[in-house]
Design a protein around this ligand. Structure first.
Ligand SMILES: [Cu+2]
Length: 288
């Protein structure tokens, strides 16, 4: 089912952004307005009265062309090679057999009313010296639980809000067999790294005040259900995949790739918006 013109195209150049500064945008061509400067998110209220005939927003994130080679990180002496092996894979870009890009996040940036968020706990495991999953999304108020499945190995979860190391969330030792729980209190993106010598360990936690978000699966698919009819700003995020620097032995990657587009969701209708990523680190949204 499609409700938007095929030609609607929007492309935004990826850029590094501060949490309070939305990325500058540029409209290539669009029959639906591009979003240059998203407005601040409204206060979200649970309101069943707007859910009589909800719609669905769905789509796929695909890689255009051949995926770039990703560089494994060598596990040095301080990284417990007896547990973690000689090298660990780069977690940033995962492209499936059909070109689907997992670990992208898609959400509604400006929804004010709708369904209640699911506050079930979400678990991230530390297994094989990696975070599983690598990208998580959950609502404010939900519990984030950390497990450590690496027998005999101490991890240390250090969480920062944003992309730099200057806004501490928590710093928590995570021994094998112990579950650590943190409640999500702030919307936005946070970054998890390990301070126990495992410099390749990296995860992202996206938090929202509403339930309208999704992380793409192994086929690159996302789906937002129970969307009240209306016009929304659909936001796309991928963490970025180019190594730009080493911080000691820890790799630091390029800025996240982000874009937005305006979508109309008619009552009782499924609307499809796909996203394409490429080596030029530009995200393109196409309605179909
Ligand atoms: Cu660790």
């Amino acid at each position: 089912m499609r409700t938007l013109p095929l030609v609607a195209l929007l492309s935004l150049v990826a850029c590094r952004r501060a949490p309070s500064a939305p990325p500058p945008g540029r409209t290539a061509s669009a029959t639906i307005p591009a979003v240059d400067a998203p407005a601040p998110a409204p206060i979200y209220r649970v309101d069943p009265t707007v859910l009589d005939r909800p719609g669905i927003l769905q789509g796929t994130v695909r890689w255009r062309g051949a995926p770039p080679a990703v560089t494994p990180t060598a596990v040095g002496v301080g990284g417990n090679p007896d547990h973690c092996g000689a090298a660990q894979p780069d977690p940033t870009l995962v492209v499936g057999a059909e070109g689907g890009v997992s670990n992208s996040v898609v959400w509604l940036a400006d929804i004010g009313r709708g369904a209640a968020p699911d506050l079930s706990p979400v678990t991230v495991d530390q297994r094989g010296c990696r975070y599983e999953p690598h990208v998580l999304a959950l609502p404010v108020g939900a519990e984030l639980r950390f497990g450590n499945s690496d027998h005999g190995l101490l991890h240390n979860v250090h969480a920062y809000y944003g992309y730099d190391d200057d806004d501490n969330w928590f710093n928590q030792a995570s021994p094998h067999g112990l579950t650590v729980t943190k409640r999500i209190q702030r919307a936005g993106v946070a970054r998890l790294i390990c301070d126990a010598g495992h410099v390749w360990m990296l995860a992202y936690v996206h938090a929202f005040t509403h339930p309208y978000f999704a992380v793409t699966d192994a086929a690159g698919r996302y789906i937002l259900r129970a969307v009240p009819p209306g016009r929304y700003t659909l936001r796309f995020w991928h963490e970025g995949w180019t190594r730009r620097a080493m911080e000691g032995t820890r790799p630091r990657f390029s800025a996240a790739v982000e874009t937005s587009r305006v979508v109309d969701v008619p009552a009782g209708t499924a609307v499809t918006t796909d996203f394409t990523l490429g080596a030029d680190a530009v995200a393109v949204a196409v309605a179909r």
